[in-house]
Design a protein around this ligand. Sequence first.
Ligand code: NDP
Length: 407
Amino acid sequence: MSPVPLKNAEPAHGGVRTVSVLGATGSIGDSTMDLIRAEPERYQVEALTGNANVAGLAKLAKEFSARFVAVADPARLGELRAALAGTDVACGAGESAVIEAAARPADWVMAAISGAAGLKPALAAVDRGTTVALANKECLVCAGDFFMSRATAAGAQILPADSEHNALFQALASGNRHELTRVIITASGGPFRTWAAADIEQATLAQALKHPNWSMGQKITIDSASMMNKGLEVIEASYLFALSPDEIDVLVHPQSIVHGLVEFADRSVVAQLGAPDMRIPIAHCLGFPDRITGRAAKLDLAKIGQLTFEAPDFTRFPGLRLAYDALRTGNGATTVYNAANEVAVAAFIAQKIRFGAIARLVEDTLNSWVRAGNQAPLGSADDAIALDQQARNLAATLLPQIAAKAS
Ligand code: NDP
């Protein structure tokens, strides 16, 4: 045996791993299914879920011989049954069916439903004490303390699937918690990294949707342009790894090759690198604690040539500062931050507000909520969902005056 204490000299997982993918028809779902497709003998697909994309879900169910599939939209049960006619795949529709899918016995569950709708299904998987690869940000941003305590109580293993958090997770393995001095998550800086504040204020939807490195859905791409996405990730990191806001730094790195770094007391900094391809962190989660063969392009640093870094600008990107403020406020403030941002992004897409007004609406909503003095720890998923709704209503009330100021 090697004197170097390499982890897992033998593969930890022999045999077939049973997997469920919540949000199988989405972008993260697609990357996950791509990895499963590459080595079908390693996996048995237990359950797959979608929202309304019945055709896509039924196609996956047949290809992977899933045991159960669910769509969240209850009106689509008939359509789903018809699409699965002649197969052995059991199916259901509505929120309860999605939760049933999450609760079915699988060794590994990918939680990749978008939005707050992902919270209850992810909790259903967590409560089984299984391994949950977590892509859905809202579980942490809207209900972080509560979600992590439930995972601890159930003995569930949470594997961070978001690229920056997965990088931290990999780097953290090289030291102990008490030796950690800070973590750093990188940000591409988005399409407005070099723009003046006045130009960012007036940016159009088409300009906000031009992400330099990552190909993602519309909402997360706009959040990258405003750096609200990095704010959400700072909050995620805080809950996932039990870090204070002062222990989390953001570093702008336009090439998106270094995803996260961990600094230890001895001043060693351990980083994870990889091409900007979500199949890399997902492959790490899917194989964990082993490593499986990836599907992303190999990293060619000689070809990339230069990796550059710069400090984030909290003045031109106030959304990032607001995330730190919300974390320090606690007691539901991060739920309010997220909800207000969702309302603001929808208003920007609908051309009701300027790009610069997204952060203003989030700030006004947070301030108004703090002034009302309703802060309290969130004790359940229903508490988190109720606060999410309350914050959306508050943001919607404040929206007309923000829109009027900008015109
Ligand atoms: P997509 O919008 O591409 O996919 C969302 C998935 O959730 C789809 O399967 C969709 O079904 C399903 N869904 C939507 N609404 C509901 C609902 N109300 N109930 C049940 N299922 C629903 O999102 P992404 O894959 O991009 O992102 C998923 C999560 O991962 C998000 O929280 C995102 O922030 C996070 N994330 C994404 C990254 C990325 O690169 N895309 C990177 C890191 C994190 P249908 O297809 O039928 O609509």
